[in-house]
Design a protein around this ligand. Structure first.
Ligand code: CDP
Ligand code: CDP
Length: 214
């Protein structure tokens, strides 16, 4: 029996890290749906268009090819920002819907993480998790990551960026960042990665289908 786990949450909440670990634990394929929006944004910019050029974003979403999830250039902060601009265009979201649904419909099931997985992409997921953390905790995580890469950024600037992205993602008209009514919320502000993983496994094993409990 398939097991579908939907994970949503704001930037740097830890949803990607959790999704990877759950996928490995339950032997499921994982789709980081943020990469789709990042790839659309990159294609728009690579073609010389402005990131808020809606027609260019719709065209890029329509011809999106396979994405290499080891592509570090897609993971930059600038591409995350640009992704949140193209992600507010309804036709871009519509163009990416089927691909995500097909991934979730694999016989094994799947783990998907993003902003609208529990609300729009997989409304009937077996388990829905909404991973969140204070803006300060998330800015601190991004700060540590940037410092680890040797980048010189200030914590204050990252905090401003996190807040701006939160309000763009939560304030848009289509598929805003929102916990599904039946999602279980995990506030990770004070939790390490291992602890978040243990809490999530307990939720899946308790509330997921019998297969996950076997
Ligand atoms: O890893 P991080 O949370 O910083 O970003 P991401 O998950 O790669 O998503 C980048 C942007 O894509 C987000 O700010 C959203 O605007 C958009 N996105 C979305 O709208 N829906 C999704 N399912 C995933 C991402
Ligand atoms: O996918 P998302 O943007 O939500 O976050 P992530 O890329 O999984 O995590 C962002 C950063 O926070 C990574 O460097 C994680 O190692 C770190 N993290 C943490 O310190 N504590 C957690 N409970 C979760 C993530």
């Amino acid at each position: 029996m398939a097991l579908v786990i939907a994970i949503d949450g704001p930037a740097a909440s830890g949803k990607g890290t959790l999704a990877k670990r759950l996928a490995a634990h339950y032997g499921l394929p994982h789709l980081d749906t943020g990469l789709l929006y990042r790839a659309v944004a990159r294609a728009v910019l690579a073609d010389g268009h402005a990131v808020n050029d809606r027609a260019a974003a719709i065209a890029a979403a329509g011809r999106l090819g396979p994405i290499d999830d080891r592509d570090e250039a897609l993971r930059s902060a600038a591409m995350g920002e640009a992704a949140s601009v193209v992600a507010a265009v309804p036709e871009v979201r519509a163009a990416l819907l089927q691909l995500q649904r097909e991934f979730a419909g694999r016989p094994s099931g799947a783990v998907l993480d993003g902003r609208d997985i529990g609300t729009v992409i997989c409304p009937r997921a077996d388990v829905k998790l909404f991973v969140t953390a204070s803006a300060e905790a998330r800015a601190d995580r991004r700060y540590r990551e940037a410092r680890g890469r040797g980048e010189s950024v200030t914590y204050e600037r990252l905090l401003d960026e996190i807040r701006a992205r939160d309000s763009r993602d939560a304030g848009r008209a289509v598929a805003p960042l929102l916990a599904a009514a039946d999602a279980r919320v995990i506030d990770t502000s004070q939790m390490g990665i291992d602890e978040v993983f243990r809490v999530a496994v307990t939720i899946v094993d308790t509330f997921g289908p019998a297969m996950a409990r076997a």
